[in-house]
Design a protein around this ligand. Structure first.
Ligand code: ATP
Ligand code: MG
Length: 603
């Protein structure tokens, strides 16, 4: 392709809308344009990158025996009502775009396709003989994200490969899951990314099997905890660890003490000269269920620990039926305005005790459950003679014990957040390290959640009707393309991995008024393309300096310049990544580049 004929517009300055390097560079280099919040036009250079990523994704998927199809983006509400997700996905913080059509039917734009694929399986899979089966698609997904940002990283319209597998049993699912783990690792490696597969939260569905593929980069929105021995890596949402040991409490007798201005654990520990591990902290949450009921949740946890809200959500989801619902919709730490909806009198915030009376809840606050839901984290259960609030502002109690001053809540949970520095469970001599990650892929053992909800069953060899066991597997194709840049750039621009670069080589004519330069460049351009090397020709009437800057910015792996050394029958060849430059005989350019490209694609 000739630059003179392309839509080729680069910017020298960083656009104001971009915060992270990959977003800035891709905008400056003209790869995409923002049309609305989280909505982008993929311009020709980016489209080639996305094409290459898609090709690698397809090759790896096809190699596992999965079959490609294309499912509708427009989906009827009924299917989502059957699975019980319509409300969760379209109300409150739900991310599904929905609409009412001219026939007054509710529809949604697909954020994911479990419902659609399960409906197909319900219709078409009858017998164990048809199993296992795995269908996938590459498609634009729609999600009305609460915080669209960082360009293609978190869009509201983006490209995903999503696949769904159907199995007679868990064994068969595990095998496909393992194949997908390998396929995903291959995809990311072939795209030139440095990544880590980590254990991930599988939400309220439960089950053990879920991994995320994280590209490690500072701009990542996820936190990954791992050990140096390579034996453990997990998303912080899911991670487990051993909490530090608690220090024995110096408070042998139960006493109430005046502790002015100590609403935080830090200020209290300092005032009492005690360790945060001797304090029971009491955190209040609003848990909103789809039944319209909000539960007031009081979590007791050791003072040095934080609540992992994902783990707490999973616990609260299990209790939905007790509040007349099916699912948890929201979980919030209530601010003062929110508390006013139910508090009978001002709450002693910062001084709450585990015994906070249910009388704080107004009986007429009908949307709220009349009693606190009391959960105690394992870290707090073991404490003796602990310090905690007294339900009176400015006062705490010390030397308290479960079963004496405070009743131990019946529900003991594990909701503490693992943190960097904690000891690892598999080997306490290892400490957890932290890194930022961009979630590129997610593989998931779904089990029978959707097949049961939609009644998708098959007949087993023994003639029984059994719900299909399902897995699902997603990779963010457009997010992957940008993540590659986030991992590979320098002060001058993008450095594409060869496998997904929009073009592999660019021939630059420093001075298009020089006939010799033009002639040599034209010949190289056609020879390179003829040899299957995807080549650009910068034949624009621009200064040489501008052309070199642009070539660096757009990140083409190999640059060939028909400049001064032409008189010796040579051209300058520059490698974008290493900046290594050499004068090379024209006759050797095609074979050398072919070799370099093949080497890069092999590794
Ligand atoms: P996240 O936690 O980042 O919101 P998710 O867990 O909701 O993602 P999945 O439903 O697992 O995402 O989707 C599969 C893949 O699709 C993700 O691993 C990610 O690569 C990609 N993806 C998800 N949401 C977006 C988005 N808003 N923009 C671009 N890619 C996305
Ligand atoms: Mg995910």
């Amino acid at each position: 392709m000739r630059l003179s004929q392309m839509l080729f517009v680069t910017l020298r300055e960083d656009p104001a809308e971009a915060e992270i390097p990959s977003h800035k560079l891709l905008l400056r280099a003209g790869y995409f344009r923002r049309i609305a919040s989280g909505v982008y036009a993929y311009l020709p250079l980016l489209w080639r990158v996305l094409g290459k990523v898609s090709k690698i994704v397809r090759e790896e998927m096809d190699a596992t025996g999965a079959q490609e199809c294309l499912l509708p983006q427009l989906q009827p509400a009924e299917l989502w009502q059957e699975s019980g997700r319509w409300e969760t996905y379209t109300k409150a913080e739900g991310i599904m775009f929905s609409l009412v059509d001219r026939r007054e039917q509710s529809m949604g734009l697909g954020p994911t396709h479990e419902e659609v694929i399960t409906a197909i399986a319900r219709d078409m899979i009858r017998s164990y003989r048809q199993l296992p089966l795995h269908l996938y698609q590459l498609q634009t997904k729609f999600r009305d994200e609460i915080r669209p940002r960082f360009g293609l990283m978190r869009g509201r319209e983006f490209i995903m490969k999503d696949g769904y597998s159907f199995h007679p049993d868990r064994e068969s699912l595990k095998k496909t899951y393992q194949d997908m783990y390998t396929a995903y690792s291959n995809m990311l490696r072939r795209c030139g990314l440095t990544f880590r597969a980590v254990e991930a939260d599988s939400g309220a569905i439960g089950g053990s099997g879920s991994h995320e593929f994280m590209v490690l980069a500072e701009a990542g929105e996820d936190e990954v905890l791992y050990t140096d021995d390579g034996q453990y890596a997990a998303n912080v949402e899911k991670a487990v660890s051993l909490a530090a040991d608690a220090v024995d409490s110096p408070f042998a007798a139960f006493t109430k003490l005046e502790t002015p201005n100590t609403p935080t654990i830090e200020s209290l520990a300092e005032f009492l000269k005690c360790s945060p591990t001797q304090i029971v902290k009491n955190v209040l949450y609003h848990a909103g269920y789809d039944s319209g009921v909000t539960a007031l949740v009081l979590v007791n946890i050791r003072g040095d620990q934080e609540v992992n809200e994902v783990k707490l959500q999973n616990e609260l989801s299990k209790l939905a039926a007790e509040y007349g619902g099916n699912t948890l919709l929201t979980l919030e730490v209530p601010d003062e305005t929110a508390q006013k909806q139910w508090a009978a009198k001002a709450l002693p915030l910062g001084y709450l005790s585990p015994g906070l009376s249910d009388e704080y809840i107004q009986p007429q606050a009908k949307a709220f459950a009349p009693k606190f839901l009391r959960l105690v984290d394992q870290t707090a259960v073991e404490l003796k003679n602990f310090v905690t609030g007294s339900d009176r502002s400015g006062y705490h109690v010390v030397g308290a014990n479960w079963g004496e001053q405070f009743e131990l809540p019946q529900q003991v949970v594990n909701v503490r957040k693992a943190q960097a520095g904690d000891r690892a469970v598999h080997d306490p001599s290892q400490t957890l390290q932290t890194a930022r990650g961009i979630e590129i892929g997610h593989i998931f053992q779904l089990g029978t959640k959707y097949s049961q909800a939609l009644g998708a069953t098959y007949t087993s060899e023994a003639g029984e009707e059994i719900p299909l066991v399902m897995g699902c597997y997603g990779v963010g194709v457009s997010r992957l393309a940008q993540a590659a840049v986030e991992q590979s750039y320098d002060k001058d621009g993008i450095i594409w991995p060869v496998a997904i670069a929009p073009y592999q080589a660019i021939v630059v004519i420093p001075n298009i008024a020089d006939e010799q330069q033009v002639e040599a460049a034209e010949k190289l351009y056609s020879d390179l393309n003829a040899a299957g090397i995807e080549t650009l020709l910068d034949d624009r009437n621009e200064r040489a300096g501008v052309k070199f800057k642009d070539a660096d910015l757009i990140g083409i792996p190999f640059r060939v310049v028909t400049g001064r050394s032409l008189k010796d029958g040579k051209v300058e060849v520059v490698q974008r990544a290493s900046r290594a430059s050499s004068d090379m005989l024209i006759a050797e350019v095609v074979t050398t580049l072919r070799q370099w490209i093949d080497d890069a694609l092999d590794s």
